[in-house]
Structure formats: structure tokens, C-alpha cells
Ligand binder design. Structure first.
Ligand code: ACO
Length: 383
């Protein structure tokens, strides 16, 4: 039996999986744009909810449109008591990403959204998912530590409300700005693994809660969203600036990856890492503090990695500095990736709507390399 000659491209690297008008990356020049607007401009002038609207609906909202969107999000930010009760029964040592994935999936039972061709169903599930993810992340963190979840405070901005639900205090303006920037910077990033996963599941006409649950699962892996946690573990393991060089050399000798560096698309420093590095400096004015020391170690890692891997165009990606900034804000390490998901959910939803416009179910091919016409061996004769 002859197989068709097919070339398999590992990881589908460089293969376009869809046409998209949502975000754009120039990996050589280090450019990232959302609907044509550079992220540097959006992080300076906009805010997360406005950016979400831009990504999902394809244009910057008018004042009236953004007001309605914010009101709708605020109105839907609470969790049903039954959902909180469900979370109370999940294991305390479960990872917050597992909580987020399980609860996102369960939301589909409380807010049925099977008719994805109905524009109202789409709109209200988009609103609910953006609104409720922060409440799930904050509530699950409190429950896992024996505290009662807090109701959202809708007098606060989206980012400040999340901080409030987590810590029961209102953040200072720099903390609020950084959290908002963090959500903007994670909101979309072209055809990455979790977005591809969202589009594949969306192409089956599955409901948006199932799509988001699948994308959250994809994001949880250490080669994707989980890398920011790994970066902090690495920096803590290194311990001091002087120990950076031997640590990196040993890792590279053993052919192990350095976390938070390298990217399939960026062949220069990730523009998001540049923005976050600046905020990291603002946060740690004094390098003498423990957290400042982490930044000092990180910048030494960047230097040594550049020396050793610069020729392979390996530079820091967003995860390299996001973990450091999160840590500086006092955010628990295991919440880094869930917060990434709180931002990225808007990108997943934007891609879902885009996918539905010209939908064709994903069904790639494979190159079969197995056997044919094998005998069925009776169980007693097998070894
Ligand atoms: N440390 C050391 N070497 C690296 C690293 C790294 N982090 N990343 C790539 N390389 C090397 C590879 O060993 C390979 O070398 P070779 O050609 O001599 O064999 C070369 O660079 C190409 O690497 P690939 O793994 O083929 O590149 P790919 O595009 O498949 O991988 C990835 C990209 C997965 C992000 C990779 O760089 C990596 O594992 N980085 C660490 C994990 C990480 O930070 N992930 C977050 C990504 S950003 C995000 O998801 C938000």
C-alpha cells in the first residue's frame, strides 16, 4: 500500500492555519499590533476593556459603546452560589489553572450557549467569560487558602477589582496600571497554541465555554503560559547574580531549555518583555530588596543568554519579565498563568468569532508511518 508523499512540518511551524485580522507580529522587528495599533500605544493610552472590545468587535468603541460594554461586564462579574459551592469541593492542592478550566467548562451548564450562530448567545457568553474569569481566579485562590470569596466591587476598574477580590484592598495607582497593562499585553498573540486550540474547537461549533476550557488547558503547559512560573522557580534556584553564568552553562551543556527565552516568531526581544522590564524597574526602585534581587538576577540571565544563544536569535519572551512583575505585585506564583488567561480570553473569543465567519471544521492530514496487513495474534501467543 503506497502512502501519498506528504511533508510533515513539526509544530506546523510557518504554516498559516487561518486568515486573521486580529493581531500582527513582525518577529524580526519586534512589532506587535492589535487591529493595526501597536501595543505600546494601547498600553499607554487605552485600558483592558477597551482593548477587549477592539479585538473582539474589530474597532475602537465609541464612549457609548464602551460604557455599555463595561456595564454589561460589571453586571455579570458575580458567580452563582452553586458555582462557588462547586469550587469549595475541588481539591485544595489543585492548580488554579485546573480550577479555572473546570469552572469555565461548568459555566456552560449554567449559561447554555449551544446555539453559537445566535448573535445574542455569542454576545452574552463573551461578556460572561470576560467578566467571570477574574472572579473565578480570585475566589479559587481565597477558597484554597481557607478564606471566603469576595463579591466584585464594580466601583473599581476591571484590573483594580481583580486585585481587590484577591487581597481585600484597593491597589495603588501603579499596581492598578501594571495589572491592566499585563492584561492588555496578554490579550492576543496571533496563532499561538491556545488560540489554535480555541479555533479548532470553535470550528466544530462547540459552545464558547467548552472552547475557553480547551484553550485554558492548552495554555497551562510549561512551553506556553506556564513558562512564567518556571522563570521565577529558575531565578530563585539560581539565587544570586554570581551564580547565573555557571547555572546557564550547566543547563546548556545538558541541552536543557532556559525558561522565558526563545520564541517561535520573535527573533529579537519580545516587545511585551521590553514594556514589562520598564515596569519592573518602576516597581523595584531599590535593588537591595529581595524582589529587586530577582530582577538583577534576571537581567544577568538575559546578558549571559544573549552571549551564549544570541547567534540562534534567542531573546527574552513575555514570560521572562511577566513573572518578575507579578511577583513584585505580590501575586502568588501559581496565579501567573490564570491571569494570563484572564487577558487572553478576549483573544480566544475574537478568534472564535472570526473562525465562525468563514467556518470550515479543522481536519488536517497525517503521514502514516505504521504497518499494514498485520496478523491478529491470539493472546496466549503474544510476548
Ligand atoms: N533555551 C535554550 N535553547 C533554546 C531555547 C531556550 N529557551 N529555545 C530555543 N532554543 C534553541 C533550541 O535548542 C534549538 O537549538 P538547535 O537548533 O541547536 O537545536 C533552537 O533554539 C530552536 O529552538 P526550537 O525549540 O526548535 O524553537 P521553537 O520555535 O520550536 O520553540 C519555544 C519555541 C517553545 C518557545 C522555545 O524557545 C522554548 O521552549 N522556550 C522556553 C519556554 C518558554 O519560555 N515558553 C514561553 C513562550 S512565549 C508564550 O508562550 C507566551
Amino acid at each position: 500500500m503506497e502512502e501519498r508523499e506528504l511533508e510533515v512540518v513539526p509544530g506546523l511551524a510557518g504554516i498559516p492555519a487561518a486568515e486573521s485580522a486580529i493581531s500582527f507580529i513582525d518577529g524580526e522587528k519586534g512589532i506587535l499590533e492589535y487591529r493595526g495599533i501597536p501595543v505600546e500605544v494601547l498600553t499607554e493610552k487605552s485600558n483592558f476593556l477597551e482593548v477587549s472590545y477592539l479585538l473582539i468587535f474589530g474597532k475602537l468603541p465609541t464612549q457609548e459603546e464602551v460604557n455599555k460594554f463595561k456595564t454589561d461586564i460589571n453586571f455579570h462579574s458575580r458567580l452563582k452560589l452553586k458555582i462557588v459551592r462547586m469550587m469549595e469541593h475541588l481539591p485544595e492542592n489543585g492548580h488554579p489553572m485546573e480550577y479555572l478550566q473546570s469552572v469555565s467548562s461548568a459555566m456552560g451548564m449554567y449559561y447554555p450557549a449551544k446555539n453559537v450562530l445566535d448573535t445574542d448567545v455569542r454576545y452574552w457568553s463573551i461578556v460572561r467569560l470576560i467578566a467571570k474569569l477574574p472572579t473565578i481566579v480570585a475566589s479559587s485562590n481565597r477558597l484554597r487558602h481557607g478564606d471566603a470569596p469576595l463579591q466584585p466591587n464594580n466601583d473599581l476598574s476591571f484590573a483594580a477589582n481583580f486585585y481587590y477580590m484577591l487581597f481585600e484592598r484597593v491597589p495603588d495607582p501603579l499596581t492598578e496600571k501594571i495589572l491592566d497593562v499585563m492584561l492588555i499585553l496578554h490579550a492576543d498573540h496571533t496563532m499561538n497554541a491556545s488560540t489554535f486550540s480555541a479555533r479548532v474547537v470553535g470550528s466544530t461549533l462547540a459552545d464558547p465555554y467548552t472552547i475557553v476550557a480547551s484553550a485554558i488547558g492548552t495554555l497551562s503547559g510549561p512551553l506556553h503560559g506556564g513558562a512564567n512560573e518556571e522563570v521565577i522557580h529558575m531565578l530563585e534556584e539560581i539565587g544570586s547574580k554570581e551564580d547565573v553564568r555557571p547555572y546557564i552553562e550547566k543547563k546548556l551543556e545538558k541541552k536543557e531549555k532556559i525558561m522565558g527565552v526563545g520564541h517561535r516568531i520573535y527573533k529579537t526581544k519580545d516587545p511585551r518583555a521590553i514594556i514589562l522590564q520598564t515596569f519592573a524597574h518602576q516597581l523595584f526602585e531599590s535593588n537591595a530588596s529581595k524582589k529587586g534581587k530577582v530582577l538583577e538576577i534576571a537581567e544577568e540571565v538575559e546578558k549571559v543568554v544573549h552571549e551564549k544563544l544570541g547567534h540562534k536569535k534567542i531573546y527574552p519572551n513575555v514570560d521572562f519579565y511577566s513573572g518578575i512583575v507579578f511577583q513584585g505585585l505580590g501575586i502568588p506564583t501559581d496565579l501567573f498563568t490564570p491571569i494570563f488567561a484572564m487577558g487572553r480570553v478576549t483573544g480566544w473569543l475574537a478568534h472564535w468569532l472570526e473562525q465562525l465567519k468563514t467556518n470550515k471544521i479543522y481536519r488536517p492530514d497525517q503521514k502514516y508511518i505504521g504497518l499494514h496487513n498485520q496478523p491478529y495474534i491470539p493472546i496466549d501467543d503474544r510476548n
